[in-house]
Design a protein around this ligand. Structure first.
Ligand code: DGP
Length: 114
């Protein structure tokens, strides 16, 4: 997806503060952090949102989630608590149409979310 900003980050056409990368995914700091820890985790394969992940690709999701847990541990927030957000489509507030988990932590979260 040539016009997708997250694909540009994957392809190194846009800079990002990369925390982790393997053949299937990349994790990097959010450009507009909403918490002391705010990391985005994305698959290298382009899917616009959760709605477009086919059943046979469901392992993509567990890989991202387990890596989010590892990063939370590495960042020292696993015991304190953290939040993983997956905005999906318009009413959720999803702006970037390349599926991404937000890993947020390092401060007290509130509920309900806005
Ligand atoms: P969402 O609203 O769920 O689609 O979140 C998109 C997030 O992506 C938002 O928190 C800001 C972040 N973001 C947008 N553009 C860039 C970028 O070019 N670089 C980085 N690191 N983050 C970006």
């Amino acid at each position: 997806m040539e016009e997708c900003i997250f694909c540009k980050i994957i392809n190194k056409d846009l800079p990002a503060s990369v925390i982790y990368e393997d053949e299937r995914m990349i994790a990097f700091d959010d450009i507009n952090p909403q918490a002391p820890v705010h990391v985005l985790l994305i698959p290298k394969e382009h899917f616009p949102s959760l709605n477009e992940i086919p059943e046979e690709k469901k392992d993509v999701l567990s890989h991202l989630l387990i890596k989010a847990r590892e990063i939370a541990q590495e960042k020292g927030i696993a015991g304190r608590g953290y939040r993983i957000v997956l905005n999906t489509a318009r009413e959720s507030g999803q702006d970037v149409l390349h599926i991404h988990f937000h890993l947020l932590g390092g401060r007290q979260m509130t509920w309900p979310p806005g």
